[in-house]
Structure formats: structure tokens, C-alpha cells
Write a protein that binds this ligand. Structure first.
Ligand code: MIG
Length: 838
């Protein structure tokens, strides 16, 4: 059975927790017991925040513990909770009651004691996430064939059954194949390096985020649940029966968190408070990036970089895949392929390119190779069940694998990155970290392998920590880079991941194929990752396996420039797919897209900052902003790029057909290329010839743009343009512009500049207001250029109360006004001859 097909242990013999007794309680939690002695089960229900509950079940006498690679925040400020049992209205007298309710001002958990069942409700008493009833309901354990209770070294499988309310819809669950909605599916969480050609029939891929975002189809009310287990995990979302969702981890404790919402925004904000937020990226990481497995050496990489500059194609980053190493030994440089790495990297830097190098976890077993000898001598590698150093083959041949669960190993791994930073490498790409083994092909570490845990850690079987291995490697990398270069924001990219990975690294989605199907799949996949806390993500543009075509590549860029991570990457042996290899027509279209990406960076950076501060996805499904809109919920071939832009890429071949359907939710939208106005909700047929993907800008909502440039640090972003489509009769709008130094941590000390830009339009007047600058960062800019589209000729324009010059392009119906940059509030008012266009 291959890694990605294993089925859960049969639920036969399932033993739910029986009658529970309250053994302890404090102001915000309850502890319950079922049984006594070594077979006893402890259950805890705790209120961590007014809308966040944690439930833990610790079977077979296991101790209560919550430490987890998913969780970033363990100490929560005290919450006001009223604990009321069914026998009395007064708190504190828990004892012989049938049920106990823990209530905050916005939600509650009710615990029935005999048998133990737990359910939740919002402030209005609307119930959700209730345990199912009957002998197969609630939570409990499943005996593993051949192991008696307590006699199972990794613990028996644990199971949980939740009622599904009619109309409940499921989303999230991290990186997966298939569509946006996960209702009616079963999902396995077990990180694997899946075979080529991810199709809808694939289940688990490289990453595990067992977090479900649930929407009520009637009201759009949202809640969420994280099953915090790094064991193999299976989730059934109304597949077996449409009345239930069930969760099973193949060992360990059962720990889950319930996020009460009530909006997707609330759920994500709390989920990312618990599991951590995406750090601020270095600004250059938002630029376009080029990679290929198979560039033979420094000369070829430099030639490709030159190709970008010569053809006026924006690009910021070049990647070095495994061939830069000496015989694939990590933290070395190949004497033939990269004889002078420092010179190569600095020449690229002179041209405005940053460099990212790949690192795999496998360390070549090789006498005389420092990294291996150190790791071996210090006991830093994983062991077989019999206590030997565990070996398997990967690119370098026979390898040993660091035990990233050990803090000392992570520190050592981090320090090793000096071999890269000394050369001037800017970022690190963690690959093969499921971990992926070659024997047998695309397998992973055996479940009975041992992680020694180091002197301060804990000895554990691989089965217990498997899904965290990739995240732990990414963590070691980020912490190492921070240690080596404390003044720079680390850039780490990872393939394998667990819930909370966003704190350590961005995630790319691995080995897709150059198929139209995979261009489409980018959207549901990235949207669900965004709904699972992993917003900083991207798919290989052009496709990794198989041969791309000019049309596919050009269309792929039309979507790809809106990915938080924009990188072209392909596999050795496939057709090269640099943008200029398919003729002038496709190249021109890609150039137009890459320039748009580069111009959008101030908007994108603002979205990153919002994500960093609140957990809001960058590339977001329509349901995130419009949860009560039933059509928006189904939209998985279009997405929102922040609140101001809606993008509906073409993902089908056939250039003769230049049209596609687009759904526009509530609000007023302007077609970016033609300025056509649409008042949503509406279904429209968009004209989408090559180079003009359907992009819609929300009315009265400013989008900040940079001048055209070939890479992020080319020149100061002056002037900054504020693109606005004012619309009478549409809601007034507001967006944010966030700026800082683009690297370093000054922003944590207030060195940033945040402004809000609001716009309202009436029959004969448009007013755009830029708020006072918050924060101490000075963008050192001379001017802000207001670019108002789809407006009639103005009678007069006033800036801060005084007459101002303007330019009006009659044909384009575009008005431009320049404002001198100043930290205070500025208002631009336009009096129009006629009313604004409708
Ligand atoms: O066994 O480093 O997903 O992006 O180019 C393949 C070579 C190993 C897999 C990664 C891919 C990378 C490739 N790697």
C-alpha cells in the first residue's frame, strides 16, 4: 500500500468515553474522568478566549498535555466564564448534575456527563459541533488489532463524531486536490511525496492542516475546528452519512479546538492567533521568481537572469536547485557547477536578483563529510526501531535524517546555513521534507523509526510526529537564518507542512503538471490553504512535470501573477519554460502580466501586512467576504485578490474562444481593461482575449500601484499611484496602504507608514481622502498620483481646499491629479460637470 492510499483503522470495536465524573474545575475549565487506574480516560474542556474552546481526551491513563507544533500561543489571558450545571443556576456547584455549561459572552460549550457528550453554541443559542449520540457517538478509542489497551506504544486510534447540521458546508483542510468545497469527502492527513500527476482521486499530498472551516448555507455563519494531531489522521466530512463529520487519529491523544466565529474572518483571526501568523516577508519576495530543476550551473542561471533583463521582463529571484551542491551534499557547493559561488551570487545581486537555494533533509552518509560526521557523533539522526542510525537513499545516495524534533538538532541545522549565507544566498527552499525516501520510491520514514528527541526533548516514534517533520525542518531553517542574520527577514519556502507552518515558512504546492487541469486546480488549492492559515503560497507557474505550451504558459501567468508567491519552475527533462521561448505573442502577454504584478506590489504588500496582523488570506475565496451568498460559496474558478480586486482567469485551452462566465457578488465592479461597470450580484460573460484576463476592481476602493519597474529595488517607488473607480450609487469604499523599509524589524518599533484611502462619489462630486500617516516611517516620496477612471470631465479640482491642476483624458475618461507627499491628512475633491458615469 503506498503512502497516500492507506485507509484508517476500522472503527469496529469503537469504545466511546462512558459516564464521566467531574474531577476538577477552575474558572475557565473542567476536568472529567472516566474510570480509574491505568485504564482511565481524562477529558478536559477549557475556554481559551470568548470564542475559542479546547477539548482534550487522554486515554489509557496518559497525562494531560497540549504542547504541539501547531500551537504558537499557549498562554491565554483569563476569560470571564460562567459555569452552570443543570441542577443549579449558581456557578461552582458542579457535582451530581447531568450536564454543565461553560459560557462566555459570545459562546458556550455544554457537557453532558452520562454518557459524555460535548456540544457548542453561539451567543444566541445556535448549536453546532455537537457530539453525536448513541453507542457509536461522541469520542473514544478504537482498539488496534493485536494490541491491548495501554499496550500500544503509540496509543490506540482515537475518534470523534460530530453532528452535521443540515446545510453545513466544509472548506479548508490545507493543501489538497479537488474543488473548493470538501463536503461529502474523506480526507487523509499523512504527508507524502505523491506520484506524478496530482488528480482529484489523490488524497493526501505533502502537507497536513487538519483544520475545517464550516459555513452554514442559510446564514453564512462560520465556525472552525482544528484536530491537533501529528499522527496519521482521517477526516470524514459528511461522506459516510450526511448527518455526521468524524475525525480519527491513528494514535496519541485527541485534542481539538473549536472556533466559534461567527464570520470566516473571525475564525481565521482566532485560528492564526492560536497557530501563529505569517511573518512579514522581505519585499523582494513579492517579486517575480524563476527556477528550474536542471540548470546545469552558474553560467546557465546567469544567462537566464540576463534573459529577463534583456527582454524587459520583471524578475527578482533566481533559484538554485539540487545541482548546485557537491554530489548533492547539503551545505556544500559543486566545484564544477558552481566553482565561484560568491562571485556568481554577487554578480546576480548587481543585476538586482536575489538567490534562493534548495536544501533537502537527507545528509549523505560519507566519511570525511563534516555535516554527516557531526550529526553522527552528536546523535542527531533518526534511528531504526533497533537503535541503529536510520538510512535510506535520496539524491546523494545513502543518507541519514536529522531528528528535527530535537531543539539541539534544529539549532545545529540552522547554524549549518552559514555555508549559504556566507556566500550571500538570500533565502532557503526546504524540499523532500515529508520526508521522501527513494526505497521504495516515494515512500517515507517507517512508522517505527525513532526520534531520540535530544537531551531536552522526548523520544518518540515516527508515527507520532510524522506530519510535523516538514514544519520542524522549516522551523530550524527560519530560526537559523534569524540567528545568522538577525537584521533580515528570513525567506523560507517549504514543501511539507503541518498546521501552523505559516510561522516558519511559505509553502509551495510541489510537483504539479503542465496541464490546464492544474492551472484550474491552483485556485481551489490556494483558496483552501488561505482558509487554513497558509496564505503565503503558490503553485509552480507553467507546471512542473510535462511539457508546457505557449498558450498554457501565458494563461498560467494571467493567474499566477496574483499568487502571493509568483514563481515559474519546471522539472529536469521537460521542455524549458522561460517566458520568451514560445514566440513574441506569448512573450508580450507574459511581459504585460509581469509588469502588472510588479506595479501591484504596494497593494500586495499591504495585503501581506493584513495577513501578518490578522490572518486574513491574501488570495481569498469569494465566500470569505460574502459568506451568506450561496453562489459566491460555489465559486472555485475565480477569487478575490484582497478586498479590492476580483480575478477570473481563463483556465481552458482554445484561443478562438475569448469568453468566460464570471460571477460578481454584491457591490459595484469595474472591468479593469475596459472600465465597464457592473452592479452585482450578477453573472457576466467576460471578454478575455490573451493578455486580458478578467480582472474587476471594486468601486470606490483605491488600489495602490508602483511605477513600472523591472525588479523591486530598482528605484524609489515615486510617484505612488492610487487607482480608483469612483461610482455614484455604490457604497463608499476604504482601503489601506501599508509601507515600511521592506526588510528588517523596524516596523515592530513603529517604523511603518499606514494610511487609509477612502472614496465617496455622489452625482457631481467625488471625494478621495488619504488619512494622516500612522507610524514613523517616511516613504521618501515626492508625489502621490490619483488616477480616477470612468469619470466625466471635472469642472474644478481641489486639493486640501485649494484649486489644483489636473489632467483629463477625454477618450480614456481618466482624470489624474498630483498630490505632494505629506504626512498629514489630504483631501482631493472633484466637482464634475456632469454626474459620474453609471
Ligand atoms: O525528487 O530538487 O518538488 O520542485 O525541483 C525531486 C529537484 C526533488 C522535488 C521538488 C521540485 C524540485 C525537485 N525535487
Amino acid at each position: 500500500m503506498t503512502e497516500f492510499q492507506k485507509k484508517p483503522t476500522s472503527a469496529e470495536g469503537y469504545r466511546p468515553v462512558g459516564a464521566a465524573e467531574i474531577s476538577d474545575h477552575d474558572g475557565s475549565s473542567l476536568t472529567l474522568r472516566d474510570g480509574s487506574g491505568p485504564g482511565q480516560t481524562t477529558v478536559e474542556i477549557a475556554v481559551l478566549a470568548p470564542d475559542l474552546f479546547r477539548v482534550g481526551m487522554f486515554p489509557s491513563g496518559r497525562p494531560v498535555r497540549y504542547s504541539s507544533e501547531a500551537v504558537a500561543k499557549e498562554d491565554w489571558p483569563e476569560v470571564e466564564v460562567s459555569i452552570v450545571d443543570s441542577n443549579s443556576d449558581a456557578s461552582g456547584s458542579a457535582g451530581s448534575a447531568d450536564s454543565v455549561t461553560l459560557a462566555t459572552d459570545s459562546a458556550s460549550a455544554t457537557v453532558s456527563l452520562s454518557p459524555l457528550r460535548i456540544g457548542f453554541a453561539d451567543g444566541e443559542g445556535w448549536e453546532f459541533a455537537a457530539d453525536t449520540e448513541g453507542p457509536g457517538g461522541g469520542m473514544g478509542t478504537v482498539p488496534r488489532p493485536g494490541a491491548g489497551p495501554g499496550g500500544d506504544p503509540v496509543g490506540e486510534p482515537v475518534r470523534l463524531h460530530k453532528k452535521r447540521r443540515p446545510g453545513e458546508r466544509y472548506f479548508g483542510c490545507g493543501e489538497r486536490t479537488g474543488g473548493l468545497e470538501k463536503t461529502g469527502t474523506t480526507l487523509t492527513f499523512w504527508n507524502a511525496d505523491p506520484p506524478e500527476g496530482h488528480t482529484a482521486s489523490y488524497d493526501n499530498l505533502y502537507a497536513s492542516v487538519p483544520f475545517v472551516l464550516t459555513l452554514d448555507e442559510e446564514t453564512g455563519t462560520a465556525w472552525g475546528m482544528l484536530l491537533d494531531s501529528t499522527h496519521r489522521t482521517h477526516v470524514d466530512l459528511a461522506h459516510e452519512t450526511d448527518k455526521e463529520a468524524s475525525f480519527q487519529a491513528e494514535g496519541g491523544d485527541l485534542v481539538y479546538y473549536v472556533f466559534c466565529g461567527p464570520t470566516p474572518k473571525d475564525v481565521l483571526r482566532r485560528y492564526t492567533e492560536l497557530t501563529g501568523r505569517t511573518p512579514m516577508p522581505p519585499l523582494w519576495a513579492l517579486g517575480n521568481q524563476q527556477s528550474r530543476w536542471g540548470y546545469e550551473g552558474a553560467a546557465e542561471v546567469e544567462e537566464v537572469a540576463r534573459g529577463y533583463r534583456e527582454r524587459d521582463l520583471p524578475c527578482d529571484v533566481m533559484y538554485f536547485d539540487i545541482d548546485y551542491m557537491d554530489g548533492f551534499r547539503v551545505f556544500t557547493w559543486g566545484p564544477e557547477s558552481f566553482p565561484e559561488p560568491k562571485e556568481t551570487v554577487s554578480r546576480l545581486a548587481d543585476e538586482g536578483f536575489r538567490v534562493v537555494t534548495i536544501i533537502d533533509p537527507g545528509v549523505k552518509v560519507d566519511e570525511g563529510y563534516r555535516v554527516y560526521e557531526e550529526g553522527r557523533d552528536r546523535g542527531f539522526f533518526c534511528l531504526t526501531a533497533g537503535g541503529e542510525e536510520l538510512h535510506n537513499a535520496v539524491w546523494p545516495g545513502v543518507c541519514a535524517f536529522p531528528d528535527f524534533t530535537s531543539p539541539e538538532v534544529r539549532e545545529w541545522w540552522g547554524e549549518n546555513h552559514r555555508a549559504l549565507t556566507d556566500v550571500g544566498v538570500d533565502g532557503v527552499w526546504c524540499d523532500m521534507n515529508e520526508p521522501s525516501f527513494f526505497i521504495p520510491e516515494q515512500s517515507t520514514m517507517p512508522e517505527d523509526a525513532v526520534h531520540p528527541g535530544g537531551s531536552t526533548g522526548e523520544r518518540r516514534y515516527h508515527a507520532e510526529v510524522h506530519n510535523a517533520y516538514g514544519s520542524l525542518m522549516a522551523r530550524a531553517t527560519r530560526e537559523g537564518l534569524l540567528e545568522l542574520r538577525p537584521e533580515r527577514r528570513p525567506f523560507v519556502i517549504t514543501r511539507s507542512a503541518f498546521a501552523g507552518v505559516q510561522r516558519h515558512a511559505m509553502q509551495w504546492t510541489g510537483d504539479n503538471s503542465s496541464w490546464w487541469e492544474h492551472l484550474y486546480m491552483t485556485m481551489p488549492q490556494l483558496m483552501n490553504m488561505g482558509l487554513s492559515g497558509v496564505s503565503w503560497a503558490g503553485m509552480d507557474i507553467g507546471g512542473f512535470f510535462d511539457d508546457t505550451s505557449g498558450e498554457l504558459l501565458a494563461r498560467w501567468y494571467e493567474m499566477g501573477i496574483f499568487q502571493p508567491f509568483c514563481r515559474n519552475h519546471s522539472a529536469k527533462g521537460t521542455r524549458h519554460q522561460e517566458p520568451w521561448l514560445f514566440g513574441e505573442r506569448y512573450e508580450a502577454s507574459i511581459r504585460k502580466m509581469l509588469k502588472l504584478r510588479q506595479r501591484l506590489i504596494p497593494y500586495l504588500y499591504t495585503l501581506f501586512e493584513e495577513c501578518h496582523r490578522t490572518g486574513a488570506p491574501i488570495l481569498r475565496p469569494l465566500l470569505y467576504e460574502y459568506p451568506a451568498d450561496g453562489v459566491a460559496r460555489t465559486a472555485d474558478d475565480e477569487f478575490l485578490f484582497g478586498p479590492a480586486m476580483l480575478v477570473a482567469p481563463v483556465t481552458r485551452p482554445g484561443e478562438a474562444n475569448e469568453y468566460r462566465h464570471v460571477y460578481l457578488p454584491e457591490g459595484t465592479w469595474f472591468h479593469y481593461w475596459t472600465g465597464e461597470r457592473h452592479d452585482g450580484p450578477d453573472h457576466v460573460l467576460a471578454h478575455a482575449p490573451l493578455g486580458e484576463p478578467p480582472i474587476y476592481v471594486k468601486a470606490n476602493t483605491a488600489v495602490p500601484l508602483w511605477p513600472e519597474m523591472n525588479h523591486v529595488e530598482e528605484k524609489p517607488a515615486d510617484p505612488l499611484t492610487l487607482l480608483v473607480y469612483p461610482a455614484e450609487g455604490a457604497e463608499s469604499g476604504e482601503t489601506t496602504l501599508y509601507e515600511d523599509a521592506g526588510d528588517g524589524f523596524g516596523y515592530e518599533r513603529g517604523e511603518y507608514a499606514r494610511r487609509t484611502v477612502s472614496c465617496e462619489a455622489s452625482e457631481n462630486k467625488i471625494r478621495v481622502r488619504v488619512s494622516e500617516r500612522e507610524g514613523s516611517f517616511d516613504p521618501e516620496r515626492r508625489a502621490i498620483l490619483f488616477e480616477l477612471h470612468c469619470v466625466h470631465a471635472p469642472e474644478s479640482v481641489q486639493v486640501n481646499g485649494g484649486e489644483a491642476d489636473f489632467a483629463y483624458d477625454e477618450e480614456a475618461r481618466r482624470l489624474t491629479v498630483t498630490l505632494q507627499e505629506a504626512p498629514g491628512e489630504s483631501t482631493v475633491e472633484m466637482l464634475l460637470q456632469d454626474n459620474v458615469d453609471t
